[in-house]
Design a protein around this ligand. Structure first.
Ligand code: HEM
Ligand SMILES: [Cu+2]
Length: 827
């Protein structure tokens, strides 16, 4: 088979449906990555437009442009759109598009999940946009502090749009994070051990793990606040045993890591692009990885620095202030490694490099003002002033927007296969750079003169007029620059001539394929022996195109790829991907129905939507079943590996494990909330404690044991070749008993609408009930698979996955039951 023939056959296997119908059924990371990026950029323009409105309003005193009600919506939506609908999805899009190419494989771990994530993002984002068009957008600031955002002070539907819309969008972040983590750990080219992984892979891995552990507190907070608003469970009401500070803790437990979730991928772009622009290799690969890991860990211990003015104890202030200054160390390590890289190489001032220089200047200034506000007495003065707004934009624009522009210009020839011909980008960069600094340097200054953030107007006597006008003029220069970048990119994408492959002479694998990239990426998969595969072997693209690597022969119309051992990169199993399907978009639509029903308080459609999602999820996994034992498959180069359906820990197991990591963080935050209210909230002890029911407690705990033992027994029976019915029956009985124990707890929770104690018990019980029911459903699913003949001694992966979920339900369920009943004994 020659290269062209191979290309034709692989394209036929991997192609999406033609035309725009293909958008709805594609599961290919090339399409979905682009869709993510385009949608995110659209939201960037929306956010930018809102920013222009803000600056228009603040340009002059007594501005009659927008009243306070509208102004509140504008700045809130600006922050929300930029953070949740632009920054995070841009990372997701970039990672989804690039990772399989950089890692030398054909797609991400769970293609349908990528599509589902995209549609949740698109639908959730649309929900928020619609709220804006109707003038009922969220208006309590992007961090939605109660009591301002509670049902008493924000009675309209505005806040619910935030709580429900953002939670919907966050599904896509969690989905992408699971996907990215499993892909990086398992879906790499053979031979690519972790230490040979391109640096962007490390950054993406750390970011994804941070999303998995950083977003659940926010999701929990949103759920609690929405439940409080809708049903009156008083989690944040100080006079009823709640505490509005709990929200601030949950929000910033997410919010501070969020800043690094935004910065780290950008740093990954810089670490990738900078060495190429300087014609050298990255200095201190190991140090950079260590610094990024350190940053990730540190960032979870800093959230309280957003709460210095809330009256927390002095010890706490000192600790969090010190920890916050400490962040400068790993950030500094990275900055110095980049400076060293430039020093060693010969920087060439291509357009991506200009944006990187823009990053350096801006981000370093933002970091310095960051150290300033980490000093508590200074923060007491600057808190909630325009100084903070200026600081956060130096960090976010400097640390994210400039690097992303660098990345866009760097990978643009890859996206389009074209060559730049215009010099518009350089002028645009100059405008953006100047415009940005004029806008935000000025804001430091009015901030120190006392201008608070989030005010819709001021008087001439305040003395801020001239500076604000300068700032607004700057922002319009900035906007003009961004419009020019947009024009430049469009011109490039639509009309530039065809370019050479690998115009930057980059060493990494994404340039070893045709551009624009074919749906299958590589005609055959490379064997990686160094961090710079293209540099060591310039003939690699041809070698791969002619089928010299792994999986070079298209088989039976199947989309195939390989997974590897995590650390060593040894080939481990053959994976066959699902083909195009509309299942993800339908499932996202029904998920949307669920959220919409909550938003509009159509509670009778909520169970319908839930059943719909469960039924589709059932279909989703059911289709993976096989009726015959797969035999080990030849993968080329004289190697054979088992099929993914014939291993204990297949892709599904890994996906579940990381999803449960996020879930465990959610649960941990819930326990934290319980403990926090109990020890800190003013209105405790509650008027009435739980009356323990020994029957329900013991039945629940016995159920936990039976569930876990039952699944293990079923696995054992299956391994011996016997029918696993005994084990599955035991597991089912166990999970149902646990469900009963949790349901009984919910029914016995004392007066949930009158005190946060009962409300918390209700939520804890609900959590346990939900997971017990889910585990029961999975046991039933396993039994159905057994009956259909989808399992055998070889095809056993469904057992280990179900076992993981029953164990998780049992573990969290027993903590729920014990915590609730022990508290009942406490007085
Ligand atoms: C495109 C240029 C931008 C301009 C001119 C701009 C301008 C502004 C201004 C003037 C405010 C203060 C509103 C007030 O306190 O009354 C603000 C708030 C904010 N901006 Fe931007 N911004 C820009 C880009 C961004 C980007 C790229 C991000 C994030 C990735 C971002 C995130 C935020 C956040 C989180 C707030 C706080 C919102 C709140 O107080 O609830 N901005 N922006
Ligand atoms: Cu922070």
């Amino acid at each position: 088979m020659n290269a062209l023939e191979r290309h034709r056959r692989l394209s036929a296997i991997w192609a999406s449906e033609p035309g725009f119908r293909g958008w709805f059924s594609t599961v290919n990371h090339n399409d979905l990555g682009r869709m993510f990026l385009v949608t995110a950029f659209f939201f960037f323009l929306v956010g930018g437009l809102l920013a222009m409105l803000i600056r228009a309003q603040l340009a002059t005193p007594h501005s009659a442009f927008a009243g306070p009600e509208i102004y509140n919506q504008i700045f809130t939506m600006h922050g929300v759109v930029m953070m949740f609908l632009f920054a995070i999805p841009t990372f997701e899009g970039l990672a989804i598009y690039l990772l399989p190419k950089i890692l030398g494989t054909r797609d991400l771990a769970f293609p349908r999940l990528t599509a589902y994530g995209y549609w949740c993002y698109a639908f959730g984002g649309t929900m928020l946009l619609v709220s804006m068009l109707f003038g009922i957008a969220p208006d309590s600031g992007w961090f939605m502090y109660p009591p301002l955002s509670d049902a008493i002070h924000s009675p309209g539907i505005n806040t619910d749009f935030w709580l429900i819309g953002i939670t919907f969008v966050e599904i896509s972040a969690i989905a992408a994070a699971v996907e990215i983590t499993v892909s990086i750990l398992k879906y790499r080219a053979p031979g690519m051990s972790l230490d040979k992984m391109p640096i962007f892979g490390w950054y993406a891995l750390i970011t994804a793990l941070m999303i998995l552990t950083g977003f659940p507190p926010l999701i929990l907070g949103s759920v609690l606040l929405e439940v409080e608003r809708a049903f009156g469970l008083p989690f944040f009401q100080a006079d009823m045993g709640g505490d509005s500070l709990l929200w601030q803790h949950l929000f910033w437990l997410f919010g501070h890591p969020e800043v690094y979730i935004i910065f780290l991928p950008a740093a990954g772009v810089i670490s990738t692009v900078l060495p190429v622009m300087c014609r050298t290799t990255l200095l201190g690969y190991g140090w950079i990885v260590a610094a990024a890991v350190a940053l990730a860990f540190l960032s979870f211990g800093l959230w309280v620095h957003h709460m210095f003015t809330t009256g927390i104890p002095h010890m706490g202030l000192a600790f969090f202030s010190a920890a916050s200054t400490l962040v400068a160390v790993p950030t500094g390590v990275q900055i110095f490694a980049w400076i060293g890289t430039m020093w060693r190489g010969r920087p060439e001032l291509h357009l991506p490099m200009l944006h990187i220089l823009g990053f350096f200047v801006t981000f370093v200034i933002g970091g310095l003002t960051g150290v300033m506000v980490a000093v508590v007495p200074f923060d007491w003065q600057a808190h909630d002033t325009a100084f903070i707004t200026a600081h956060l934009h130096y960090v976010l624009f400097g640390g994210f927007v400039f690097p992303i522009f660098a990345g866009i210009y760097y990978w643009l020839p890859h996206f389009t296969g074209r060559r730049r011909f215009f010099r518009l980008g350089e002028i645009a960069f100059a405008l953006v750079f100047v415009g940005f600094h004029v806008t935000f340097l000025a804001m430091h200054w009015v901030g120190l003169l006392g201008q608070r953030r989030r005010i819709s107007t001021y008087t001439p006597e305040d003395g801020w007029t001239a500076i604000n006008l300068i700032s607004s003029v700057g922002s319009f220069i900035l906007a003009f620059g961004i419009a020019m970048i947009l024009l430049d990119v469009l011109l490039h994408a639509l009309s530039a001539g065809r370019g050479r492959r690998n115009p930057w002479k980059a060493p990494s694998l994404e340039w070893a394929m045709m551009t624009p990239a074919p749906a299958y990426n590589f005609a055959s998969l490379p064997h990686v022996t160094s961090r710079a595969p293209l540099e060591n072997d310039p003939g690699l693209p041809l070698h791969l195109a002619t089928g010299g690597g792994y999986l070079g022969t298209p088989r039976d119309g199947r989309r195939e790829t390989l997974t590897v051992d995590i650390a060593s990169g040894r080939p481990e199993m053959l994976v066959v991907y699902p083909a195009n399907t509309r299942l993800p978009i339908v499932m996202a639509a029904i998920t949307g129905l669920f959220f919409l029903s909550l938003l509009l308080k159509f509670y009778w459609t909520v169970p319908l939507a839930l059943v719909g999602v469960a039924a589709l999820a059932w279909r989703w996994v059911w289709g993976l079943g096989m009726q015959e034992d797969p035999v080990p498959q030849p993968i080329g180069c004289g190697l054979e590996v088992p099929h993914a359906a014939a291993v204990e820990r297949g892709p599904g197991w890994w996906g579940s494990a990381f999803l449960l990591t996020a879930n465990a963080t959610f649960f941990g935050s819930l326990l934290f909330g319980f403990a926090f209210l109990w020890t800190v909230a003013p209105g405790w002890p509650p008027p009435e404690w739980l009356t323990p029911s020994w029957g329900a407690l013991i039945l629940g705990l016995v159920g936990v044991a039976a569930g876990s033992l039952g699944m293990r027994l079923a696995m054992r029976q299956n391994r011996r070749g016997a029918a696993p019915s005994m084990g599955l029956a035991l597991a089912l009985a166990g999970t149902l008993a646990l469900a009963y124990g949790c349901a009984s707890l919910m029914l016995r929770a004392p007066a949930p609408t009158e005190h946060a104690y009962g409300a918390t018990l209700l939520v804890l019980g609900g959590y346990g009930l939900f997971h017990a029911a889910l585990a029961a459903l999975m046991v039933v699913f396993t039994a159905a698979q057994v009956r259909r003949g989808f399992t055998s001694r070889t095809r056993r992966s469904v057992f280990s996955i179900t076992c993981l979920w029953t164990d998780y339900a049992g573990f969290t369920g027993s903590i729920v039951l014990l915590a609730a009943h022990l508290s009942g004994l406490s007085p």
